[in-house]
Design a protein around this ligand. Structure first.
Ligand code: AMP
Length: 404
């Protein structure tokens, strides 16, 4: 039986949507609306049956964006009234310590999501705005919030605690939350399926390497550590984010360069990472420039991969026994160079990449380790929309069995 879900990812200036069948995984339509609230017109791309339908749209706010989305469905299909939507699943970035799993959205849940905005000022207000307008547009459907942080709420205290004054930390809810949870959850499940092992007995290190990037140590399907922290700034080197740095860099910049907090925030979140090191944010460009012998690009690539390698070492120690290292997201799935450079010299730890298998391009889950490698090396395409759809169905199912 098909179970179509409308998945909505509402950002501050963009809205991504997808109608995905939670049973088959088939995406019936995919859309993106950009430049919401901008000075000029926005851009909408609605893709259905492999055909792209671009349009210029007037989107001064999220309500207008939601209306533009409905117009696109009406014009290019599928007909939302006919498709038999079962639920609307919303991506929410920060669930704090409050949400350890996906929830049905009522007024109370929505208010809590808004209250968590102080922990995610760039994301939660936009997520909440998307929820509000979607509930008005689809009042008869159940709406479910799926949190980026929820998968990591299982992290033990020892992994999520920062060694700072306890009272300050408690008062301001400062701890490690972690992000990319839907991706880490989906990919670690798929890894266990691929290995033909029960999830409960499978330990993996998931490397979600996209424009944002995080590593996750997953023991038996449960997140026990992850590289992002209070915000998505901690951990790996990313497209524009620094990842781990000495926090004293912030004081130093304030004292010696006279930078205020917002300037440092912008520096570390938007002007750092491989972009800051090389002037290139896109990994394809970076790899090309490094291959052409550009020293800044070579160093940026090496710093990027070295940081991932350090986290692999750390999570081998955290997990004790690891069945597989799993690469996913735009860079993890597509860049043979990054995978090879990251795993260089790890044979002593039982991790051996098969050079030829690594070069094969494919959209399928695959094993790229040598047969002798004790730890498998997998490439598994992530699918956050499908995971959101599945979790929405789980919540709707639970609700109907509880209340009907
Ligand atoms: P994501 O955030 O998962 O969409 O990933 C975006 C990142 O994936 C960008 O930095 C892209 O450069 C990178 N990417 C996509 N395709 C490739 C590729 N063939 N080789 C290297 N990087 C890629």
């Amino acid at each position: 039986m098909s179970k179509p879900v409308l998945v909505i990812n509402s950002g501050s200036s963009s809205l991504k949507y997808q109608v995905v069948d939670a049973e088959s995984g088939e995406a019936l339509a995919v859309g993106l609306i950009e430049r919401i609230g901008g000075a000029g017109p926005g851009a909408l791309t609605h893709t259905v049956g492999g055909e792209k339908h671009p349009a210029e749209v007037q989107v001064p706010d999220h309500a207008a964006a939601m209306a533009a989305m409905s117009d696109a469905f009406a014009q290019h299909g599928p007909d939302l009234a006919e498709v038999g939507l079962v639920a609307v699943g919303h991506r929410v970035v920060q669930g704090g310590a409050r949400f350890g799993h996906s929830v049905h959205i009522d007024e109370e849940a929505l208010a809590t999501i808004e209250q968590l905005s102080d922990l995610a000022p760039l994301h939660n207000p936009a997520n909440a705005a998307g929820i509000r307008v979607a509930r008005a547009q689809f009042p008869d459907l159940p709406h479910v919030a799926v949190f980026d942080t929820a998968f990591h709420l299982t992290m033990p205290e020892v992994a999520h605690t920062y060694a700072i004054d306890r009272e300050v930390a408690e008062e301001h809810r400062i701890r490690r939350y972690g992000f990319h949870g839907t991706s880490h959850a989906y990919v670690s499940q798929r890894a266990a399926e691929f290995l033909g092992q029960p999830l409960e007995d499978t330990n993996v290190i998931v490397l979600h390497l996209g424009n944002g990037a995080s590593a996750c140590a997953v023991r038996g399907g449960i997140s026990v550590d992850t590289s992002m922290g209070l915000t998505p700034l901690e951990g790996l080197v990313m497209g524009t984010r620094s990842g781990d740095i000495d926090p004293a860099v912030v004081f130093h910049l304030a004292r010696t360069a006279g930078m205020d907090i917002d300037a440092v925030d912008t520096l570390l979140n938007k002007r750092s990472g491989v972009l800051g090191l090389s002037g290139r944010q896109d990994m394809r460009d970076l790899v090309e420039a490094a291959a052409a012998g550009e020293p800044e690009a070579q160093l940026a690539l090496e710093v990027y991969c070295y940081r991932v390698r350090k986290y692999i070492g750390a999570y081998l120690a955290v997990l004790g026994r690891v069945d597989a290292i799993v690469f996913t997201a735009g860079i993890g799935e597509n860049s043979a160079e990054v995978r090879a450079l990251t795993l260089e010299g790890l044979a002593g730890l039982g991790i051996e990449l098969d050079g030829e298998a690594n070069l094969v391009r494919s959209g399928e889950a695959r094993d790229i380790a040598t047969s002798a490698s004790r730890v498998r090396v997998l490439v598994i395409p992530t699918n956050e929309e499908l995971e959101i759809a599945r979790q929405a169905i789980d919540v709707v199912g639970t609700r109907s069995s509880t209340y009907n």
